[in-house]
Design a protein around this ligand. Structure first.
Ligand SMILES: Cc1c2[nH]c(c1CCC(=O)O)Cc1[nH]c(c(CCC(=O)O)c1C)Cc1[nH]c(c(CCC(=O)O)c1C)Cc1[nH]c(c(C)c1CCC(=O)O)C2
Length: 372
């Protein structure tokens, strides 16, 4: 489904640019805040839509994806500083020719068992043809947002996608993917690069369609040792940032900020800040904010990092944690280069009122300073 791209001037002007300013490391009057998986199962209005539509059907139907992207923006009017397009990282393996089901976690009926199985993937991936529905949802959502907040586009990182394509779903031992990288390192690197090239096309297409910031999710980075991260993930992450920036410049598209969320790879924070080519690094909750700031030396902005589990602890726990995190990120009558978020996606069964309280606490404590 080829997509008709708008002229970027057709979009309504942006009224709230806190996210984009913080992502570039600038001072903001308070920290912008959004929540990974902010449109999801903790929201009754999302569960209502999922009763009559299967997960990937929603992803592939731009009207439904737009509607769900807007649900948290409507519910938390004036409290969220970003929207993120409703989709999934696993649309890339689908575009490469793999079947992916969601029941309720992801499962691949026919995963890549050995390097010979790579033959089953499409030789050439026409991303616009296969994922044009995401572009359409982005363009529509950008219009529907009317400039209230910026729209984030995203993709999965090659390592995390490779892991799913080989394991065929979640895993405890990662036996299959570890067999690949340690028994077939060259074939692994070749496939990782192939995935990275699809990521580049997909991210550039999302900017063309209207995405205003891009986030790469390397949710399984923590399964690799620092050494193996440097061999199997980092080069593909650098490939993506370098080539996306090149293509955006060559195609005269906006030079949107890039965020990398490499969950569990806090061992690599200093070197990622130094030379991975991202404007912002997302943090999980296993690293202390002050320590993260010390490691990145102001070279990148930071995003995160409240333990999503704190949302189960009620209002006092949330308020106390937000105050502490604001102090850790150096808030003092405003903040600099910090985007408040959780350290991973929000979980099911969180009370949406507690989520609202989290957003309100960030507004309050990141504006006035944590000693107030
Ligand atoms: C690893 C990963 C996936 N998908 C994603 C990641 C990276 C981020 C992370 O680490 O959490 C990214 C993702 N998935 C989804 C979004 C939408 C945008 C948002 O609101 O953040 C985003 C950005 C929707 C979704 N993706 C999924 C749901 C739940 C589907 C449902 O039951 O309706 C949603 C709202 C399903 C999904 N999709 C995936 C898993 C493992 C699962 C099942 C487990 C789970 O639900 O957490 C793969």
């Amino acid at each position: 489904m080829p997509h008709e791209y708008p002229s970027l001037n057709d979009f309504p002007p942006l009224k709230n640019d806190l996210l984009l300013r913080a992502a570039r490391g600038e001072k903001t009057e308070r920290a912008p805040v959004w929540i990974m998986r902010q449109a999801g199962r903790y929201l009754p209005e999302y569960r209502e839509v999922s009763k009559s539509h299967e997960f990937f059907e929603i992803c592939r139907t731009p009207d439904l994806a737009t509607e769900i992207t807007l649900q948290p923006i409507r519910r938390y009017t004036g409290l969220l500083d970003a929207s993120i397009i409703f989709s999934d990282i696993l649309v890339i393996p689908q575009a490469m020719g793999m079947e992916v089901l969601m029941n309720p976690g992801p499962s691949f009926p026919d995963p890549l068992n050995t390097p010979a199985d790579v033959e089953k993937l499409h030789k050439v991936v026409d991303v616009e043809e296969r994922l044009g529905y995401v572009y359409k949802a982005i363009t529509q959502t950008r219009m529907a947002l009317a400039g209230e907040v910026p729209l984030i586009g995203f993709c999965g990182a090659p390592w995390t996608l490779f892991l799913y394509m080989i394991e065929g779903g979640g895993s405890k031992t990662f036996q299959k993917v570890k067999t690949w990288i340690f028994k077939y390192p060259e074939e692994s690197k070749a496939l990782l690069l192939r995935i990275a090239n699809v990521c580049v096309d997909f991210l550039v297409g999302q900017v063309k369609a209207g995405a205003q910031l891009l986030q790469v999710f390397d949710s399984n980075a923590g399964e690799l040792s620092p050494h193996d991260f440097d061999h199997f993930s980092r080069p593909t992450l650098v490939h993506i940032s370098t080539n996306v920036r090149k293509r955006l410049a060559a195609e005269k598209l906006p030079s949107v900020p890039l965020t990398l969320f490499a969950k569990g790879a806090n061992y690599a924070l200093a070197s990622l800040a130094e030379s991975a080519g991202y404007d912002t690094l997302g943090l999980d909750w296993l690293v202390d904010p002050a320590e993260a700031r010390r490691l990145v030396k102001g070279k990148v902005a930071l995003q995160g990092n409240m333990d999503p589990g704190v949302l189960y602890g009620g209002r006092d726990a949330i308020e106390g944690t937000v105050k502490r995190i604001c102090a850790g990120f150096g808030v003092d009558g405003g903040s600099q280069g910090w985007i408040a978020n959780l350290g991973h996606g929000i979980r099911p069964f969180v009370d949406p009122e507690d989520t609202m309280w989290f957003l309100q606490c960030v507004h309050k404590y990141s504006a006035q300073g944590s000693n107030a």
